[in-house]
Design a protein around this ligand. Structure first.
Ligand SMILES: *[C@@H]1O[C@H](CO)[C@@H](O)[C@H](O)[C@H]1NC(C)=O
Ligand SMILES: [Cu+2]
Length: 583
């Protein structure tokens, strides 16, 4: 039986083997032919359009490009040689001295943007580029009366004239007392007030109370100070220029070390030899004059403060020197961003391209970071997105913080952006972008190589996802990690550091974000101040205050057809539920 069945089994087995061989050949041929039809790209290929990073200034800057070094130099020469302006000559030897206070001083230079319609005619319709011009703010200490002028200078790079800016919105020139404070005035304040009258009359009191004074700064540490300009809105007189000057210990994070001593200084005159002390604040009380205060103190008729200068070093409470247990307990490096296939964005002539996104960046000297002509898939969704102002309001019982209401653009926001550190302020992989500014005190232009950073990263969040798991529909998953490009700049305004991010996501969403860091501005602790803050250290009170960030957003979604808006009124509707009517 077994011997007769054997040939049949052999035939069946042979046929089966042949069949399998044919099937194998068929499958492998099929796979080869489909591979030949559509060649999938492999990862790691370079995109020839992305990855170009150019941070050099172009010979022919576009309408949104910041003033170039060449333009700034030409403008400066014009301002110094024009007889009507006669700007103080800047030297490369050293900073301007205070004689510039009574001369024609260039306080600020910025790009003066052409009208939007002219820019659009150029970029959309190929009309010639509107002439490039600069806005110049001049402190005319040389004029009688002294004034502040805003002038528009052009065309760049070969400036022919600087005309007073004509505006229906504000007067020009403006009263001299309304100009922002600058370093020369602070220098003059130290010489004319702190190191002379104050040191001579109050030096012994300061050393007695705080262990330090405003004298002998060359040989030993001397008191530092911070200023709170008093707005003319508060003094009620446009001719009055008043400033609170409060004493601080000269240590790191010095604003956390105020002492309970301050001076209200009259700085109405352009001539610093006329600066004088109006009022004195000491140990929670206000005195009408230096002499009255000295008299009462010396006769021991007032409560005296006794403090020692804090020791500057890693153990001081305000130091960010790491203390306590190290975490993790065994050193391990944190996660890092990698770009396995290189940069997927490009930068050239201050224009960024990233996937479907495209935008121009610039740094306004006055108002900080700005974006122009922001496009997604070729459509302009915004003509301009820009920071315009940062405001901080304080509340306090003490007279200094009562009037500390600051509009930070007075310090020229674009000049506070200079020093991003990769690996701390931005990921290691970030591209650093420069910013060029006109010099205020030294012969410019000044170029800061680390003013912005640009990097692609992901938030660890899916941009979208869904998983379907009912067998009738088939089970499926679709998801996508939110990789996006972020342009960042950080403004350091005194004690505060504001991180400003503009991010561009793959789904066409763009967002702007401000993150506040830096450190607190505080008051010397006093129980009178307790409704206005909290005691956060033995000698200091963290005042209640409010930061406000103002952005300008000129949306062009659906085309640039002038400004428009629509409102959506949502009203309450009374509707019986369908199921309730069923009987
Ligand atoms: C220009 O300013 C300088 C001071 O910077 C002054 O000495 C000179 O007289 C001024 N020239 C004119 C024409 O006003
Ligand atoms: Cu704050």
């Amino acid at each position: 039986m077994a011997s007769r069945a054997w040939p049949a089994v052999a035939i069946v087995m042979t046929l089966l083997a042949l069949g399998l061989l044919i099937a194998l050949l068929w499958v492998s041929l099929e796979r080869n032919s489909s591979a030949g039809q559509n060649t999938l790209p492999t990862c790691g290929q370079k995109d020839s359009r992305a990855g170009t990073i150019e941070d050099e200034e172009p010979q022919r800057p576009g309408p949104f490009h910041d003033l170039t070094s060449r333009e700034l130099k030409n403008l400066r020469s014009f301002l110094e040689s024009d007889p009507d302006i006669n700007a103080t000559k800047l030297s490369s030897d050293g900073p301007l001295d205070r004689s510039a206070l009574v001369q024609s001083y260039v306080s600020m230079v910025d790009l003066y943007l052409p009208a939007k319609v002219d820019v659009l005619a150029h970029i959309d319709e190929g009309q010639p580029q509107p002439p490039r011009r600069a806005l110049v703010v001049l402190f005319r200490g040389d004029k009688n009366p002294a004034v502040v002028e805003e002038r528009v200078c052009g065309p760049l790079p070969k400036v022919k004239s600087c005309q007073l800016l004509q505006s229906s919105k504000r007067r020009n020139p403006v009263e001299f007392t309304l100009r922002p404070f600058n370093m020369m005035e602070f220098g003059a304040l130290i010489e004319e007030v702190l190191r002379s009258e104050v040191e001579e009359k109050i030096g012994h009191i300061l050393r007695d109370s705080f262990g330090i004074s405003y004298g002998n700064c060359d040989v030993s540490p001397c008191l530092d100070f911070f200023t709170s300009p008093m707005s003319t809105g508060i003094t009620g007189d446009i001719e009055k220029r008043r400033m609170w000057v409060w004493a601080h210990y000269p240590v790191e994070y010095y604003l956390l070390h105020p002492v309970d001593f301050a001076l209200l200084v009259i700085m109405d005159s352009a001539d610093p030899t006329k600066y004088r002390v109006d009022k004195v604040w000491y140990a929670g009380l206000l005195y009408d004059s230096i002499d009255r205060f000295v008299d009462l103190y010396d006769k021991s008729l007032i409560t005296k403060i006794k403090r020692k200068m804090p020791e500057n070093g890693p153990e001081i409470f305000s130091s960010i020197h790491q203390r306590g247990k190290e975490l993790p307990s065994r050193p391990q490096r944190p996660p890092r961003l990698v770009e396995p296939d290189g940069k997927r964005y490009s930068l050239s002539n201050r224009q960024v391209k990233y996937q479907d996104w495209q935008f121009n960046l610039r740094m306004s000297t006055l108002t900080g970071p700005q974006l122009f002509d922001v496009r997604f898939k070729g459509d302009r969704i915004a003509y301009e997105i820009s920071l315009n102002e940062i405001i901080v309001f304080y509340s306090a019982a003490n007279p200094m913080h009562q009037v500390t209401d600051v509009a930070d653009s007075a310090g020229y926001l674009g000049s506070m952006v200079k020093s991003l550190v990769p690996g701390a302020d931005c990921p290691h992989s970030a591209t650093l972008i420069s910013n060029t500014l006109a010099g205020q005190l030294v012969k410019g232009p000044v170029r800061f190589p680390n003013a912005w950073c640009l990097f692609e990263h992901n938030s660890g969040l899916p941009l979208r996802r869904h998983i379907g798991y009912r067998l009738v529909h088939g089970s499926f998953y679709g998801g996508m990690l939110d990789s996006h490009l972020t342009l960042r700049t950080i403004l350091t305004v005194g004690n505060y550091d504001y991180v400003i991010d503009f991010s561009f996501h793959q789904n066409g969403v763009m967002d702007a974000k401000v993150s506040s860091t830096g450190y607190l501005m505080v008051s010397p602790y006093s129980s009178d101040d307790s409704p206005y803050g909290y005691r956060i250290e033995e000698h200091i009170l963290g005042n209640l205050h409010h930061h406000m960030f103002h952005f300008k957003v000129d949306l062009d979604v659906g085309g640039s057809v002038g400004n428009r808006y629509s409102t959506l009124d949502i009203v309450k509707e009374k509707q019986e539920l369908t199921t309730v009517r069923l009987v």
